[in-house]
Design a protein around this ligand. Structure first.
Ligand SMILES: NC(=O)c1ccc[n+]([C@@H]2O[C@H](COP(=O)([O-])OP(=O)(O)OC[C@H]3O[C@@H](n4cnc5c(N)ncnc54)[C@H](O)[C@@H]3O)[C@@H](O)[C@H]2O)c1
Ligand SMILES: [Zn+2]
Length: 363
């Protein structure tokens, strides 16, 4: 089993991202920061429990930890205070202590809830991320930006709270539905555009292998994506500077998600359309050529992702929704626009009209 490691460099809160096939089997041996016999809650969904959760508890118990499974619902609509509350109840019932550990075994929804609950239960206990979706493996599990949704808006309640370890088992993607794999590819393309021309080329040349889940190609993409995110977080933990480039495609994407009522398009699917819009806006200004736009669209189409806004959604409504998003700073909408493969700018000087024209142009 070959494995790769990257450090998220945050001084005494630094941690490792360990990536490899079947790496989940090494979990117990990597918890050397925990006291002997500590309580370990493996937090997962009922479905993932059957595939990976019970197995994890068995291994942890054999290693001498007091391990148990906490079940919470996951997926869209469940990243809520109600789900967090279910988890607090189980932590209290099992008498989890300050020195106990929570393990988030699931996609971004589980990762965010577990991170948030860990940050607040007894003023903070340690947690480990074991992401099981592609989006969570390349993005959500890294960086400690953990939050839950409010009925009026996504991710409105949250904190920055870093995990102790991120264990990325690429073999877990074998069971992931195709639609979710595609959504993860959109997030990888985002890294390629902001920071990695070689990743852009891999996406252009190896899409067939990626979609058929070729272990080597997929692992290399995950390793590169993790390295980019780790580097950005090391430079800017809370997103006030360079980390904001991660929002490439997301200013449009979040608004598209909101206007289409969360759920019709997944986060990654909306970000894919958002990247097409952002590139088109830059092209209209003359900041980037149409060749870039065509290449980017080609990758998304090869991945099976939509590249235009749904026809029944009003472009003006999408732009209005942008004004309510976390991408607004001092009343101005922040856009990340590409200026080349591997180069973006953070800009506040694009007008609503330009954004609306870009959305319309994708149709
Ligand atoms: N904290 C961050 O920085 C960050 C970044 C990106 C996204 N997010 C959040 O992540 C959430 C989306 O996460 P997601 O896209 O991972 O989806 P998800 O967590 O909602 O999971 C989607 C579904 O896939 C299932 N699933 C997960 N892993 C599986 C596997 N290996 N095999 C089969 N089924 C599996 C889950 O049970 C669930 O039903 C959103 O709430 C988003 O806000 C957070
Ligand atoms: Zn995203």
């Amino acid at each position: 089993m070959s494995e790769r490691e990257t450090t998220v460099p945050l001084g005494d809160r630094s941690y490792q991202l360990v990536i490899g096939r079947d790496i989940r089997r090494e979990l117990a041996g990597r918890l050397d920061f925990l006291g002997d016999g500590a309580k370990v809650a493996v937090v997962t969904s009922p479905e993932l429990r059957r595939v990976y959760g019970d197995e994890a508890v068995e291994r942890l118990s054999k290693a001498g930890f007091q391990a148990w499974v906490a079940e919470i619902p996951d997926g869209p609509g469940h990243k809520t205070l109600a789900t967090a509350s279910l988890l607090y109840d189980q932590f209290v019932e099992r008498r989890m202590e300050r020195g106990s550990l929570a393990i988030a075994l699931g996609g971004g929804a589980i990762g965010d809830v577990v991170g948030f609950v860990s940050a607040t239960y007894m003023r903070g206990i340690s947690y480990v991320q074991m992401p099981t979706t592609l989006i969570a493996q390349v993005d959500a599990s890294i960086g400690g930006m953990v939050s839950i949704d409010h009925s009026k808006g996504k991710n409105l309640i949250g904190v920055f709270y870093q995990p102790k370890l991120v264990l990325i088992d690429v073999a877990m993607l074998d069971s992931l539905p195709d639609r979710q794999l595609r959504a993860g590819i959109a997030e990888i393309l985002r890294y390629a555009v902001i920071a990695a021309p070689h990743l852009f080329e891999t996406l252009e040349i190896r899409m067939e292998a990626i979609l058929s889940r070729d272990p080597q190609v997929l692992t290399a993409l995950i390793v590169d994506s993790c390295a980019i995110k780790a580097h950005l977080i090391g430079q800017d933990e809370t997103g006030r500077g360079v980390r904001a480039t991660l929002y490439y495609g997301h200013t449009f994407g979040h608004a598209i998600e909101a206007v289409t009522g969360y759920g019709r398009l997944s986060h990654g699917e909306a970000a894919a359309i958002g990247m097409v819009c952002a590139a088109e806006m830059a092209r209209e200004r003359g900041m980037i050529g149409s060749e870039f736009c065509d290449r980017q669209r080609g990758i998304l189409q090869a991945a099976g992702l939509a590249t235009s806004c749904p026809g029944d959604v009003d472009a003006g409504e999408i732009v209005d929704a942008m004004a309510l998003d976390e991408n607004v700073v001092g009343g101005r909408i922040r856009f990340i626009v590409p200026t080349g493969v591997g180069a973006t700018e953070i800009r506040y000087d694009f007008s609503s009209d330009e954004a609306e024209r870009a959305i319309t142009a994708t149709r």
